[in-house]
Ligand binder design. Structure first.
Ligand code: ZN
Length: 436
């Protein structure tokens, strides 16, 4: 069994505790032992030793809202025009790129074609492709006129979603995705500001439609995730046991209460990155948004920030994941969401790190099925004995400045499952350790 010993590192363990100096021994694909300075670990003479030179050793990042098959498209309807062969190769390129940028696990939030996430996940697991751990998603399941229905009445156009109306159609599509091997069934119960007929504040799926998907998810032990911006959509999802709530930006008091009462099992990921990229940075791209569009985005942006601050205060797990995968909000800058958490939501850098690591690990480990309360002990997202060895060696201290995680050059080493994806430099110039 392969071993690696990290010496002379400052450890961010993902618990939220301040960094501490120490050593970490990896055996096989797990963390075998951790020692705090001045204690040292002993290892056989032939065990490779990595002298971190005072760099930070921390858990690999988890992307809770991954769209590797969105391939940085200029517009989502264009995804339907990419042939499946090219699309598969491009998805493979982007999962590798995410691993190169420190994301050792992806919780996918929707694929652009039915088998894209599934075949890429399988190829990674089989060792045929290099990429992070991955939970594969279905396409977005939406209603006629909902987010993702970009069909044209006069012309056939492939889209990046499946359009279903009525519980029977939702049930059939859910079973189809189960057959094809997804881990995550994704629904779009609310609209989105960019969707003409279905805006963000609108709840467009019916109760019976959400119930039908939940029924399939429960029967087949699949998890469900929802694009739920409106308060109505959040509440509807929670009533049916959906535990992965994306956006939640327009929550009202009742929705916040419901999220809080389920905080032991619910995960919220606001995807602030895409709102920031699409709306706040529009002028940087020379895009002038119409006044009414600006007004609606502004409302959602401000309310989203207030709601995430409120959820954090109530102890709900709020995770990063900013819908990266579009030209205006591209992969692999996914770690920028952590900076948004600090600058917009008032998280400390360490709280943002905990969200992306420990909470991310809990999300990856969540029990299968909607409303599944039996939680599996997370094996990811922390530097602790027995955890899977997904680790980053970082030049600098992200608990002081979380933005350094956006710079791949600062990632001196990337380890997934106990093996280096990026090996550390041969010799690092030792720097004096900061005072503890
Ligand atoms: Zn998304």
């Amino acid at each position: 069994m392969g071993e690696t010993l990290f010496r002379n590192v400052r450890i961010i363990d993902g618990s939220g505790e301040a960094p501490f100096a120490g050593e970490v021994l990896i055996q096989g694909n797990r963390i075998k032992a951790i020692a705090r300075r001045p204690a040292t670990l002993s290892a056989a003479p032939d065990v490779p030793v990595v002298d971190g030179g005072g760099a930070t050793l921390m858990p690999g990042l988890v992307e809770p809202h991954a769209h590797p098959s969105f391939i940085n498209t200029p517009s989502s309807p264009a995804l339907g025009e990419v042939p499946p062969e090219e699309h598969t190769l491009l998805t493979a390129k982007f999962v590798r790129m995410l691993l190169d940028h420190g994301f050792t696990a992806l919780h996918c939030a929707a694929a652009a074609k039915p088998r894209l996430d599934v075949v890429i996940r399988n190829a990674i697991n089989a060792g045929d492709l290099v990429g992070p751990r991955m939970l594969a998603a279905s396409l977005e399941m939406t209603v006629t006129s909902g987010l993702g229905d970009v069909r044209l009445n006069h012309l056939h156009r492939e889209t990046f979603a499946v359009v279903a109306d009525g519980p029977d159609e939702f049930r059939r599509w859910s079973r189809f995705f189960v057959r094809e091997g997804v881990d995550v069934l994704k629904i779009n119960p609310s609209g989105d500001e960019g969707t003409p007929g279905s805006k963000a504040h609108m709840t467009v799926m019916t109760d019976a439609e959400v119930a039908a998907v939940a029924e399939v998810a429960r029967a087949h032990e699949k998890r469900m995730a929802a694009h739920a911006r409106s308060a109505g959509a959040v509440k509807m999802c929670l009533r049916h046991g959906v535990d992965v709530i994306y956006h939640a930006t327009l929550c009202d008091e009742e929705a916040l209460d419901m999220l809080e009462s389920r905080k032991a099992r619910v995960f919220v990921a606001p995807t602030i990155g895409i709102t920031y990229g699409a709306y706040k940075e529009a002028p940087l791209r020379g895009v002038n948004l119409a006044d009414d569009v600006k007004r609606r985005f502004d409302n959602e942006f401000v309310r989203g920030i207030e709601n995430m601050k409120a959820l954090k205060k109530r102890g709900v797990r709020v995770l990063p994941g900013g819908d990266y995968g579009f030209a205006f909000n591209p992969m692999p800058r996914n770690a920028r969401d952590m900076e948004h958490f600090v600058t917009l939501f008032g998280f400390t850098p360490m709280e943002a790190i905990v969200s992306a690591t420990r909470f991310g690990g809990e999300l990856m480990a969540k029990g299968a099925g909607p409303g599944e309360t039996e939680r599996t002990q997370p094996e990811l997202g922390m530097v602790k004995e027995g955890s899977l060895a997904d680790l980053l060696l970082v030049d600098g201290d992200p608990s002081v400045d979380v933005s350094i995680l956006q710079d791949a050059n600062r990632l001196l080493a990337i380890m997934k499952d106990g093996a280096f994806h990026k090996a550390p430099p041969e010799r690092r110039e030792a720097r004096p350790m900061a005072a503890e």
